[in-house]
Design a protein around this ligand. Structure first.
Ligand code: SME
Length: 151
């Protein structure tokens, strides 16, 4: 089981030291990637010029731009809701950046005016890796992040 309370406290400690989004999102992706089991990718896409642009991440190289509504990330952005995909091969429009990904969770990140400013994307080689517990824990993690980002 992942201790999301501890991860969120560690994120807060990083943010208190430095609020700039580059080190903050870089350390956030490293925290998640090294603490959650059975992952092959963890990172951020940020809304820039009307599309999602690849941000800090851990894992293999990834797609650089994703259009609104496209793939799991673009869909979480458009619908403004957390997407859990048990089997990415059964998700119409899934964007396969890494062929070893089999399941995925994407959490929208909100800016100071409530708009979606980016997404947290986490991928696993295991089908059905992400549970309701991950949904709740990552929602809290992202809420903490939203307190510090100034987008
Ligand atoms: N699979 C994602 C694309 C991003 S990568 O997996 C890192 C999607 O369908 O949105």
């Amino acid at each position: 089981m992942t201790d999301y309370g501890l991860l969120t406290a560690q994120l807060r400690a990083f943010a208190e030291e430095e609020g700039n989004f580059v080190p903050l999102l870089s350390n956030a992706s490293a925290l998640l990637y090294s603490s959650l089991e059975r992952l092959n990718w963890a990172g951020f896409y940020l809304v820039r010029d009307g599309e999602l642009l690849l941000g800090p991440f851990q894992g293999r190289t990834a797609c650089i731009r994703i259009a609104r509504g496209k793939g799991v990330c673009g869909s979480a952005w458009e619908r403004d809701r957390i997407e859990i995909v048990e089997d990415v091969h059964a998700f119409a429009g899934h964007i396969a950046c890494d062929s070893t990904s089999n399941s995925e969770i994407v959490v929208p990140i909100h800016g100071t005016a409530g708009q979606v400013v980016g997404v947290l994307d986490i991928d696993s080689p295991e089908v059905g890796r992400f549970t309701e517990e991950d949904r709740a824990g990552l929602a809290d993690f992202v809420k903490e992040l939203e307190r510090w980002l100034r987008f």
